[in-house]
Design a protein. Structure first.
Length: 203
């Protein structure tokens, strides 16, 4: 818990720099997520470990998993879908849907979109080929880690926002800091990685 608060403070402090090395002892304090990261029955990870090609049933089930998780954190965290469509080399001219999920928490004294955002990103789709590809490290585990980060940070952000509110609100880069998590769709190529057959959601 303390680690994530320190990580947030480091992120705020490093806005003027590009890189801050972390010691091994600092990194060993990272919360593991415990049983929730179990690949078979973990509440965070196991629902993502399924083939999740955009437009598929597995893809929709992972989106539902995200919504169930983040709905429990509302209204502190807002949930927004950014939808688009595109044809792919394997879609025969048909439009394939892509849905980026944006989850953010802004300080309560800032207007919407005014906060400086610490942004963490992973993609949640998996490859179409080979058939049945799960993509555990690319990128189910990173998605589960981001969910764990949100869960750990939530109470720390509440305390930080309460303290700054008691001091009269923000007005500085450090005080007006929010957090947003992006789960991007359509990162993987449908046939072969090219500039046009990849990164559908982030583009």
């Amino acid at each position: 818990m303390l680690f994530l608060l320190q990580l947030l403070v480091l992120a705020l402090a490093s806005l003027a720099t590009t890189y801050t090395p972390l010691s091994d002892s600092f990194l060993t304090a990272v919360p593991s997520g415990g049983h929730d990261m179990d690949p078979v029955s973990g509440a965070l990870l196991s629902p993502i470990l399924t083939p999740r090609v955009p437009g598929s049933e597995g893809h929709a089930s992972v989106e539902e998993h995200f919504i169930r998780f983040f709905s429990g954190l509302q209204p502190r965290w807002t949930i927004e879908w950014q939808n688009s469509t595109a044809t792919t080399p394997s879609s025969g001219g048909k439009e394939v849907p892509f849905r980026n999920l944006i989850v953010r928490r802004e300080p309560p004294w800032t207007k919407e979109g005014q906060a400086n955002m610490l942004t963490l990103v992973a993609h949640y789709d998996s490859k179409r080929l080979p058939d049945g590809f799960v993509g555990a490290t690319d990128s189910a585990v990173p998605c589960a880690i981001l969910m764990q980060v949100v869960r750990e940070l939530d109470s720390h952000l509440t305390r930080m926002h309460d303290k700054v509110s008691a001091l009269g609100g923000g007005g500085s880069t450090e005080r007006d800091m929010g957090v947003q998590i992006l789960f991007l769709d359509g990162e993987e190529a449908f046939v072969r990685w090219t500039a046009t057959d990849s990164l559908y959601g982030s583009r």
